[in-house]
Ligand binder design. Structure first.
Ligand code: NAD
Length: 304
């Protein structure tokens, strides 16, 4: 039986990748320090879960014990605003932690290293939308810089240590199990607020756009990536404004709630939308449009 090690596997996207890998028949090991993830996300799954920081040198022992064929690297500091406040802490997890996972992967002969990168923060304010992988990376936040740096290390490890890898540049991922606290995902925050009858705060005028991609489609992209190499965008090619998302959740949930506007956040781009034709050309097909994904997400938060 082939083995996969998933860092950040108790998190939002990571836990869906774990589900998909188990469905495919792989044995799964998760490394997660549970800083934002939760055991509840992987409850009931037959996995080995290590509550461990990816920057820890003990990671080596986990690799030695399990010798994974595939590594899915999702563990990260994911908050753009936190990265602006504290670039060193962001770099600790997102650059040094990633290097530790890469080093172990190369040492133990991993067949494929699948890295969760960002399409929303790596291109900066892109001159062309939808933005393809050919567009130069020009991140505006330490979070985007860390992701770009790790992509460069993937290239270094491939060239110098023979470690084959894929970087998946996600749009704004949403769906069940996304944390609805803090600044995480705007859809989970709005859905949770609207279902609880609480008002929501929108940063800026709310006309900023994002490419919202459903988490199960992202998990499918991770599985497909086991056969690929290089860099791929993972998005829908459709721009939706924050105001529109808010209105859609109100309509679909048949609840009512209000929003107020806060000052725009520095370092966040105004428009973002990804051209994913390269991945579609390899067989990736989104199963969820925004309405279908939002309905499943609202149902999840209602049941919570
Ligand atoms: P998440 O916070 O739910 O998942 C991250 C997981 O990593 C959590 O379970 C957390 O406990 C774990 N973690 C954090 N620091 C760690 C450390 N030092 N050691 C071990 N575990 C650690 O976030 P997510 O949205 O599921 O993001 C998963 C990946 O996808 C991240 O790499 C993120 O940058 C990337 N990504 C997410 C989005 C999105 O829209 N959610 C978009 C682009 C890229």
């Amino acid at each position: 039986m082939e083995k996969a090690l998933v860092t950040g596997g108790a998190g939002f996207i990571g836990s869906h990748v774990v589900d998909a890998l188990i469905d495919k028949g792989l044995e799964v090991v998760v490394v997660d320090d549970l800083s934002s993830g939760s055991i509840n996300n992987v409850n009931g799954q037959e996995i080995d879960l290590y509550n461990e920081d990816i920057t820890n040198s003990d990671l080596w022992r986990i690799f030695r014990k399990h010798k994974p064929d595939y590594v899915f690297h999702l563990a990260a500091q994911i908050n753009v605003r936190e990265s602006i406040k504290d670039p060193i802490e962001d770099a600790r997890t997102n650059i040094l932690g990633s290097l530790n996972v890469l080093k172990c992967s190369a040492e133990f002969g991993v067949k494929k290293f699948v890295f969760s990168s960002t399409g929303g923060a790596i291109y900066g304010e892109a001159s062309k939308l939808p933005t393809s992988e050919r567009q130069k990376a020009d991140p505006e936040s330490p979070y985007g810089i860390s992701k770009q740096t790790t992509e460069k290390h993937l290239w270094f490890y491939k060239k110098n240590k023979g470690l084959d890898s894929v970087a998946l540049r996600y749009g704004n991922v949403y769906g069940p199990r996304q944390n609805s606290k803090g600044e995480a995902g705007v859809i989970s925050i709005f859905a949770n607020n609207i279902l609880c009858g609480k008002d929501s705060r929108i940063n800026g005028d709310g006309e900023q756009t994002r490419d919202y991609v459903y988490v199960k489609d992202v998990a499918d992209a991770n599985l497909l990536a086991m056969e690929l190499s290089g860099v791929y965008n993972v998005g829908t090619g459709i721009e939706t404004s924050v105001n529109e998302v808010f209105r859609k959740i109100i309509d679909l949930s048949e609840n009512n709630a209000f929003s107020s506007h806060e000052p725009a956040i520095k370092g966040e781009v105004k428009r973002s939308c990804l051209d994913s034709r390269k991945l579609v050309g390899k067989g990736w097909k989104t199963q969820y449009n925004l309405d279908r994904g939002l309905k499943e997400t609202i149902d999840y938060f209602r049941s919570e």
